[in-house]
Design a protein around this ligand. Structure first.
Ligand code: PGA
Length: 268
């Protein structure tokens, strides 16, 4: 009996993702066959952090890339994981969209994670102006102060834009940039406006954490999945750090991991 417990059978092994570790690149990279496997591994890591500290500070991202990770976290809440007390900071938000606008990142997070996982809305923060008369500079400073007062971000989830942006740090963003108002790149507006009912009203500006802000998180977990990310992943992993590809500026962080699937690894 004891022997059986100690040595998991083939059924158990079949559920473990096979991770190909690539260590000779600019970023420590883990390749899995399917995005779900990376999502599960990241959800495991987050669940471990929450078990150690129910009020752990998480940095979150929007976009299609992290959706499966959030679904995995939601599934774990049904199995007892309590996310009601975590504190969260999202990377960015569009300018000029109300919180309740279905296209806002606040709505996205409510739909995909906060609502179904029972995260307390009062513990979630976005870089947005509190009122019409707050300047973007004051809002950005307030956001940065809130991160500091929370004790910093323990784990930051990140995606990669097709132009190498990270959050809304578009090409040309300095390594020491902080939370600020930015103009969106043409490619970003084109890609992100897909699905908008009225492309005319797609925002031209946003507020984003800076590269310097992101680099202060204690763990960075970058995700990129699918054949459409293969080109940018190959460029990222071959390029020296450059403002032209802001995601390259994350290389050298003491605890950064890039999770990709085989499709995104195709050009390596
Ligand atoms: P995506 O966006 O997850 O929808 O690909 C990533 C990004 O633009 O940062």
């Amino acid at each position: 009996m004891g022997g059986l417990r100690a040595s998991p059978g083939p059924g158990h092994l079949a559920t473990l993702p096979r991770v190909r570790e690539l260590t000779d690149l600019t970023l420590p990279t883990r390749v899995v066959a399917r995005p779900e496997e990376a999502a599960r591994a990241l959800a495991d890591e987050v669940a471990g952090l929450v078990a150690a500290d129910p009020e752990v500070v998480l940095g979150l991202a929007t976009g299609s890339t992290p959706v499966e990770t959030y679904a995995q976290l939601v599934a774990r809440t049904r199995e007892g994981l309590d996310l009601s007390r975590v504190r969260t900071f999202n990377l960015d938000e569009y300018e000029g969209l109300a919180a309740g606008d279905p296209a806002s990142f606040r709505s996205f997070m409510r739909r995909h994670l906060f609502g179904p996982a029972g995260v307390d809305p009062a513990r979630t923060r976005f870089p947005v102006r509190a009122a019409e008369d707050e300047t973007p500079e004051d809002a950005a400073a307030r956001f940065e102060r809130a991160i500091e007062e929370a004790g910093g971000i323990e784990l930051q989830v990140l995606g990669i834009g097709g132009n190498g942006h990270v959050a809304f740090n578009e090409p040309g963003s300095p390594r020491d940039s902080r939370t600020r108002r930015v103009e969106l790149a043409e490619l970003t507006r084109r890609v992100n406006s897909v699905g908008f009912l009225d492309p005319e009203r797609f925002p031209t500006h946003a507020m984003t954490m800076g590269v310097g802000t992101i680099l202060e998180a204690r763990r960075l977990r970058i995700l990129a999945f699918g054949a459409h990310k293969a080109g940018i992943v190959a460029r990222l992993l071959r390029s020296a750090p450059t403002e032209e590809l802001p995601v390259t500026l994350l290389a050298g962080h003491p605890d950064v991991v890039l999770w990709i699937d085989e499709a995104a690894a195709a050009e390596l």
